[in-house]
Design a protein around this ligand. Structure first.
Ligand code: HEC
Length: 127
């Protein structure tokens, strides 16, 4: 007689765990892919297509523009010496440096979406 209620409780708990666990996994997966955090993988692909022509991702030496290795670990941007913030890097990507010599950096306003730029910045933070 004593066994029965305990066992019921155990079964109920097991069912609850079995139901909750996949729900938690789904919730965790959704959180990881939220748009606001930016995808490093997509950002790398965008960098390779749009930026690597002029910027090294793995060196600080100049290619056509300054090397971007460790960009977000620095205090200031290499050319303008503005503080390294998401807002300033986003501005640089949006506006470029149209008057830089010998070669300007183009504006990416019409080429990259806000999501693209978030992905790019997520990648730049890993350099
Ligand atoms: C056609 C060449 C070219 C391309 C493509 C290019 N850049 Fe640049 N970039 C430059 C040059 C040149 C400078 C230096 C500008 C100057 O001297 O004022 C620069 C400067 C920068 C800086 C430093 C700005 C500062 O204030 O010091 C960052 C960050 C940057 N680029 C990021 C990017 C990213 C991210 C991309 C891709 C979306 C990109 N660039 C694409 C040529 C390029």
């Amino acid at each position: 007689m004593q066994k029965n209620p305990n066992r019921r409780w155990f079964e109920a708990a097991a069912v609850a765990v079995a139901v909750m666990f996949p729900l938690l996994l789904v919730a965790a997966a959704k959180k990881g892919s939220s748009a606001s955090s930016g995808s490093v993988k997509k950002g790398k692909a965008l960098f390779d297509q749009n930026c690597s022509l002029c910027h090294f991702p793995n060196q600080t030496t100049t290619k056509i523009g300054p090397g971007l290795k460790g960009l977000f670990k620095r205090k200031t941007l290499p050319i303008s010496h503005k503080p390294v913030t998401v807002a300033n890097v986003r501005d640089q990507i949006l506006n470029g440096s149209p008057s830089a010599k010998p070669m300007p950096m183009p504006s990416f306003k019409s080429k990259l979406s806000a999501k693209d730029i978030a992905d790019l910045i997520a990648y730049l933070k890993t350099l």
